[in-house]
Design a protein around this ligand. Structure first.
Ligand code: FAD
Length: 335
């Protein structure tokens, strides 16, 4: 039996047990403390916390492309305790009763709205206890133990209904299978929910930023918190190479009619000759329209390069407080 240590969260004051062979993040979530995290693979840096006392062992080998963990910090998704710990955790979202569940999921339907996006609708047994919050994601577990993460695009519900928007990546393990072969009645093994890309209470107007299937969790946030988002005022900048990449838009007016109070700005990086709308990098379009972001909250999701560029530009040129930039980067196992 592995040793078990106590981890205390300051200034929150909560504490939980963590076995020596368990990551700090897994133990925290199991105890109902949803410490900030995103990729859970050691590369997105969302889960770093300051280590006030104690020492940890980091998973080896270090994930490919991971930054070194700065002195005095703990990358909670990769850290195993070597004794009792005290972590400085300024925000500790708690979701009472929410737990990570592993369940069989039956495919109900696969829609293919574009040449490389599959909308996969699934059902887990309601009795499995799988419950999620808007903006979270679930993993599909592959036979050899590998896993892939997909944001949940629908409204949280009691019926076990889940929706993924999967972009097909050539040569990938799961996404080509999802696009080319997955069909109604197929069975998948999934685990979740995970992630902390949820709507945070604030009166600040919102900038939503998506590239490609980064629209998925934003669709869930928009449908689930329609009233609160409309009251704050929001604009969605959705970037793709071509119009067909924005697979959930028939026309801008039709989309805006579905989400009153939210403006939509499509931004294409490789548009056809007939495109009259915005072009270039999606995050650059935000700064052209809103050079002062100091009073905003930004929710960004999709391509990790877009997320990094947006965070850097918004917090430096745009004056956005770093704590008001919320994101989920769709990090792949191989860049
Ligand atoms: C929190 C989170 C949420 C996500 N949500 C979504 C979502 O909602 N929708 C979505 O579409 N994606 C999402 N992703 C990304 C998703 O998890 C997968 O990474 C993505 O679908 C690719 O998986 P795959 O198995 O198809 O490809 P992988 O097998 O992971 O391969 C990825 C790419 O690397 C290349 N590759 C693989 N092995 C090698 C190698 N040895 N050498 C060189 N190249 C190689 C492949 O050709 C492919 O292009 C999310 C990721 C995270 C972390």
């Amino acid at each position: 039996m592995a040793d078990v240590f106590q981890i205390r969260l300051e200034p929150h004051g909560g504490s939980f047990s963590c076995a020596a062979d368990q990551t700090v993040l897994d133990a925290a979530i199991a105890a109902g403390y949803w410490l900030p995290h995103s990729c859970r693979a050691g590369t997105c840096n969302s889960c770093h916390l300051t280590l006030d006392a104690g020492t940890v062992r980091n998973a080896e080998p270090a994930p490919e492309g991971a930054d070194a963990v700065p002195e005095g910090e703990c990358r909670t998704c990769q850290a195993f305790p070597l004794g009792d710990l005290v972590l400085h955790a300024p925000t500790v979202p708690q979701a009472p009763g929410q737990r990570v569940v592993t369940a069989g999921a039956r495919v109900l339907e696969v829609e293919r709205p574009s040449a490389d996006v599959a909308i996969v609708r699934l059902q887990v047994p309601a009795a499995s206890g799988f419950r999620f919050q808007a903006g979270q994601y679930a993993d599909v577990l592959l036979k050899d133990g590998a896993r892939r993460s997909y944001s949940l695009a629908n409204v949280p519900n009691e019926d076990g209904l889940l929706e993924w928007h999967v972009r097909r990546m050539d040569g990938g393990r799961f996404s080509p299978h999802a696009y080319d072969k997955l069909k109604a009645r197929d069975l998948l093994r999934i685990q979740g929910p995970y992630g902390t890309f949820v709507l945070h209470d604030s009166p600040a107007p919102i900038v939503l930023l998506a590239s490609g299937t980064g629209y998925a969790p934003i669709a869930s946030l928009l449908q689930t918190h329609a009233e609160a988002i409309a009251q704050r005022g929001a604009v969605l900048y959705w970037g793709g190479r071509q119009w067909s990449d924005l697979y959930a838009i028939d026309s801008v007016p039709a989309w805006e009619a579905r989400f009153p109070g939210v403006r939509l700005v499509p931004v294409l990086s490789e548009p056809g000759a007939d495109w009259q709308g915005r072009t270039g990098f999606v995050h650059a379009a935000v700064l052209q329209d809103l050079p002062d972001l100091s009073g905003h909250a930004v929710y960004a999701c999709g391509n990790p390069l877009m997320i990094d560029a947006a965070r850097a530009a918004f917090t430096t040129q745009g004056g956005l407080p770093p704590g008001h930039f919320y994101c989920d980067a769709f990090i792949t196992s191989k860049p």
